[in-house]
Every structure is written in C-alpha cells, then in structure tokens.
Design a protein around this ligand. Structure first.
Ligand code: ZN
Length: 247
C-alpha cells in the first residue's frame, strides 16, 4: 500500500533565488513531484513522507512555512477532516486524510505536560462541560479497548493510542490507521487525556474500557475540512494567529 499524498504548504518565498533554493532543498528528500508558486507563496508536494517531516526540512533550510492542506495523491473524491484543540493551556490541530487504503492522521499539540497522553476519538462532538459530554470511545463494533495496531475486534475504532510530548510540551505525530474512515468520524470528538493510555494491556479495571488514561484535558470537534487547494485563508480561524505562527 502506498501512503503517497499531496500536501500544500504556504511558504514565504519572495524572489526567484528563494524558489531555486527551495527546489534544491526539496531535491534532498524523497518526493515524487513538486510545484512552486512564488505568486501564491504556495508549494505542492507529492510524497509518501510525513508532512511534518517535509515541513521540518523546508523550515530547516530557513523558510517560513506551514501546512495548508493535505489530500490524496489521486482521485477526485477528497475526504479530509480537521480538529482544532484549544483551551487556556493547550492548543493543537489534527488533520485526517482518507486515502484508498488508510486514514492518515497528522497533528501538532502544544501545552501538554511532557510524556505520553492517551488520544481517542469519542462518540459525540459535544465539547461543552469540560469534554464530559463526548461520550465513550467511538466503538461501533462493540469491542474492548485496545491500541491502534490491534485488529478491529480487539480495539475501539476510536483508539488512537498515545501522543508523546517533549520537554517543551509539544507533540508532533503522523500515524496511519487502517480502520478509521474519515466519513465515520466527522462530527465526533478527539479527546486528549491526562495520562498514558495502556492500550488495554494494563492491570487496572479500566484498562479494557478506557486504557486508564485519566481525565480528559482537552477536546475538539472533528469537522469536514476544505481539502487540498480549497483553503484560501491566510489566517487560522482558531485564534487569529497567522499560518506561520500556527506552524
Ligand atoms: Zn478505547
């Protein structure tokens, strides 16, 4: 199976010299195709590399850049979703893109305590009442709690495992999931938990139910996303920061 996808980046390029420098930077990593528009400050890359890895390469070369949209490498039927996490302490954005075989999930979350935190898709997209109204882990097959690598009868569909925050409280992740479908999760919620999810392998009585990951610390509604090339915004709707600042 292939994880090839198209990623649109906003890149702050002003002159031809920078375009050439960007081309050279991209030639150093494994990409299938790239098109650069100086006028639109846009770069579209076809690659199987995680978008965050491509972004890190571009930024490492000194460019201001941000991911603007992600879509399947082929086909008209773009199915993508986005979830914004935003409270007093924690900010994050998670993107879901459906390919023919898998759902690619990419995210950046800031403001966490260092270490692992359980991440799950919960049934309901009601984020009022401090995430208490999001219901249980999304579990259409009535399975026990597990981890993202478990087969469908040994995990909740919503079980995404853990994200791991570094010493600055920042977690950046890309995972591929063979069970989740973007169409099924739109309108539900992503919930991040205070503690590590034991993936159903612990001794606690909550292990097979929730992974014993503790309380919800932030949640967001999964919304249909504007797919590749449909994002004309220069400003992130979440908190007024620009794309550069978001990244
Ligand atoms: Zn679960």
């Amino acid at each position: 199976m292939t994880l090839e996808k198209n990623v649109e980046f906003a890149v702050n390029i002003k002159c031809q010299k920078q375009v050439d420098a960007l081309k050279k930077t991209l030639s150093e990593i494994k990409i299938e195709d790239a098109s650069i528009s100086k006028e639109n400050k846009s770069l579209v890359v076809k690659s199987s590399l995680p978008s965050s890895q491509i972004l890190a390469k571009i930024k490492g070369a000194g460019f201001e850049a941000a991911i603007k949209g992600v879509g399947p490498a082929t086909g008209e039927n773009i199915s993508a979703a986005v979830c914004v996490l935003n409270n007093e302490r924690i900010k994050g954005i998670i993107r879901f893109v459906q390919t023919s075989s898998e759902c690619i999930i990419e995210g950046t979350i800031e403001g966490l305590s260092p270490g692992k935190h359980g991440i799950n898709i919960h049934e309901h997209g009601d984020i009022s009442n401090s995430c208490q109204n999001t219901g249980q882990h999304y579990n259409p097959f009535n399975a026990p709690h597990g981890g993202p690598m478990d087969p469908p009868n040994e995990r909740h569909v919503g079980d995404l495992g853990n994200v791991e925050a570094d010493n600055h409280g920042r977690a950046v992740f890309v995972v591929e999931d063979g069970i989740i479908s973007v169409e099924d999760i739109i309108g539900r919620a992503v919930v991040i938990h205070a503690q590590e999810d034991d993936l159903g392998q612990g001794n606690n009585h909550l292990s097979k139910k929730t992974g014993n990951a503790g309380e919800a610390i932030v949640c967001g509604i999964i919304a249909r996303s504007s797919g590749l090339f449909q994002n004309k915004k220069q400003i992130c709707a979440c908190d007024g920061t620009t794309l550069w600042e978001e990244s």
